[in-house]
Design a protein around this ligand. Structure first.
Ligand code: PLP
Ligand code: ZN
Length: 398
């Protein structure tokens, strides 16, 4: 049996196809490329019960990942994060069946490790030795650390305002780090220039096709953790939207395999009011977003003024009868505190945004009380110590 059932790459816009045996970036038409698998073949050879016995990492789904040989896997044990019932928080929100899928427990401290593990492994399989990327912090940290493990050179371009710890992660891994005054979109322009001059592999969000394959494993895990019966709603903090696109893609694949039945979960893209291009586009029923100027939010991972894959995010929302919601930083930080004090989970501001959005959607009736809801916590609260107001302790004299 093949290790992977990967077939080829397809452009979701113009339908051109490309080989997975060569380095690929965007389609000729400028669109990101998506990975296709031989699902009809796989369906005959694999069932969900076969997977149950495997090691608890995202590599348990290797048939649905693009790496052809196990020898090329670069892993730090990523994946199979806990799906944590949060009954006290759920009662507070009037959503008793609320779960948090906690990506804070993953290597490098954010779910970006999933994309990095699969992206770097595939880059290794393709013989790539050097890469560059713009980042808001967590992706750069993850790719820098996985690149180190794979003996690859990494150049990371990062806004100076990004969480300091992510800068430390890039630096300690030995990556070449450039700090800029500006946003991830400005960092992206610098990387594009570097890549054009030096022919380095550009691993910017969706400019290589494999990061999304790593992130889609969140969707497969959710399905498996619910015993292949999906929840009603999934809330995702959306920047570039790779996770949301990936989760939707994984559900389509699982449907084609016959491993899941019925309606898909309604996917919710959660953004900050300080940067909400997807929410605006969704409200206007558009299929792509406009650049958001002067964007700002404490939830750094979702400060993305214009996502290359915006049309794919919007498609995933429309196709699942989902929606898009913006919440402000105060709401996020309040929920962050509530989640820690009620459930003991120190989630990141991006993760807290999904809880704030769940509250809004429950209050306006979009989420019903009996529905099963999964909120994704995409990273560790410990990575953002400055967002927490520490109550001053009172010292008692004796
Ligand atoms: C990058 C990031 C996001 C957004 O992820 P996308 O898939 O690009 O939308 C959310 N939360 C955290 C903590 C992040 O680092
Ligand atoms: Zn195309």
């Amino acid at each position: 049996m093949p290790f992977s059932y990967v077939s080829h790459l397809t452009c979701p816009k113009c339908k051109r196809t490309y080989s997975v045996r060569k380095k690929q970036q965007l389609c000729f038409c400028g669109s990101p490329l998506l990975v296709e698998y031989q699902l009809e073949e796989l369906k005959k050879n694999l069932s969900p019960t076969d997977i149950g016995e495997r090691e608890p990492s995202l590599w348990r789904y290797h048939e649905l990942l693009p790496i052809k040989s196990a020898d090329h896997i670069v892993s730090l044990g990523e994946g199979m994060t806990p799906l944590i019932p949060t009954p006290k928080l759920g009662r507070n929100l009037s959503i008793p069946n609320l779960y948090i899928k906690d990506e804070g427990t993953i290597p490098t401290g954010s779910f970006k490790a999933r994309g990095a593990a699969v992206g770097i492994s595939k880059a290794k399989e393709l013989g790539i030795r050097e890469l560059a990327m713009p980042t808001n912090g967590n992706a750069g940290a993850a790719w820098a650390l996985y690149a180190a493990r794979a003996d690859m050179k990494a150049t990371i371009v990062l806004p100076v305002d990004a969480p300091t710890i992510t800068r430390a992660e890039c630096s300690i891994s030995g990556a070449k780090l450039h700090l800029i005054h500006g946003r991830i979109s400005d960092a992206g322009k610098i990387v594009a220039q570097m890549v054009a001059e030096k022919g380095i592999y550009d691993v910017s969000t969706l400019k290589e096709p494999y990061r999304i394959e790593g992130k889609k494993t969140m969707g497969i895990e959710i399905a498996e953790q619910f015993n292949w019966k999906l929840p009603d709603v999934i809330l995702y903090p959306t920047g570039g939207g790779v996770g949301l696109i990936g989760i939707y893609k994984s559900f389509k694949e699982l449907q084609n395999l016959g491993w899941i039945q019925g309606r898909l979960p309604r996917l919710v893209a959660v953004q900050s009011t300080g940067c909400a291009p997807i929410v605006k586009a969704w409200k206007e029923k558009k299929n792509s977003s406009e650049f958001c100027t002067n964007s700002t939010t404490v939830a750094f991972g979702i400060n993305v003024p214009k996502a290359l894959g915006d049309f794919l995010v919007l498609e995933a929302i429309y196709q699942t009868d989902g929606c898009a919601v913006a919440v402000d930083d105060d709401m996020m930080l309040q929920e962050q505190k509530r989640v820690a004090s009620l459930e003991g989970l120190f989630i990141c501001p991006e993760g807290a945004a999904t809880i704030a959005a769940a509250r809004v959607l429950r209050e306006n009736g979009w989420i019903q009380e009996q529905e099963t809801v999964v909120a994704l916590n995409t990273g560790l609260g410990l990575k953002y110590p400055n967002t927490v107001q520490i109550d001053t302790p009172v010292l008692l004299e004796d």
